[in-house]
Design a protein around this ligand. Structure first.
Ligand SMILES: [Zn+2]
Length: 199
């Protein structure tokens, strides 16, 4: 009886392991989404010089402003999913990584008005609102067989958008360090604003 139990247990454990390894995800999703364009315009307009740089300006209305007793900035979140357990853990570990290096603290939302809502809608790709847009600020981390955002670096990338950061190639001083070949930028919606930004 006991032997049979252990054999059964063995097969249960093996099948669990197979389950985990078989939760194969799709290839890395593109970390660009057309929703970026709309908020890019809003944020540009709210910037003193009319140009969105690589971070929200100090005076931006999209900044997170609530601080805890230690002076850290609090960002409430809801992980709405649906995510698998290991994906949920990946999101938490990305938050922990940011917290270990910054004054940002992600807190699980209780009744805070403004928060980030982390979802996984198929076909929506990886995107996040930049900063606090009032009420629910969306973040999507697709995790389908077609495309997945569930990589440690992509999750950090999107979380940093929620914090209020854009992309390094939008730094106002970037021309000191790189040369942009505008002629090589693909025409169409992706080139608008974000990629053709000129200082
Ligand atoms: Zn991005």
């Amino acid at each position: 009886m006991e032997t049979r139990f252990f054999i059964l247990l063995f097969f249960v454990i093996i099948s669990l392991c197979i389950d985990v390894t078989q939760s194969a995800k799709g290839p890395r999703a593109d970390i660009f989404n057309t929703q970026d364009i709309g908020q890019f315009r809003d944020i540009s307009k709210s910037s003193p010089n009319g140009i969105a740089e690589n971070a929200l300006p100090f005076t931006s209305r999209f900044k997170w402003k609530t601080r805890d007793a230690y002076g850290n900035y609090q960002i409430p979140y809801i992980i709405a999913g649906p995510f698998k357990r290991e994906e949920y853990r990946m999101i938490i570990s990305a938050m922990v990584r940011i917290q270990a290096n910054t004054c940002i603290r992600f807190i699980r939302r209780t009744n805070e008005r403004d928060f980030i809502n982390i979802e996984s809608v198929d076909g929506e790709g990886c995107f996040a609102y930049v900063g606090n847009h009032g009420g629910r600020s969306s973040m999507n981390l697709e995790s389908s067989g077609k495309a997945s955002c569930m990589f440690h670096d992509i999750v950090i990338h999107e979380l940093l958008h929620s914090v209020g950061l854009w992309h390094e190639h939008m730094r106002h001083d970037r021309d000191k360090y790189i040369k942009v070949h505008y002629e090589n930028i693909a025409r169409g919606k992706n080139s608008e604003g974000i990629y053709e930004i000129r200082y």
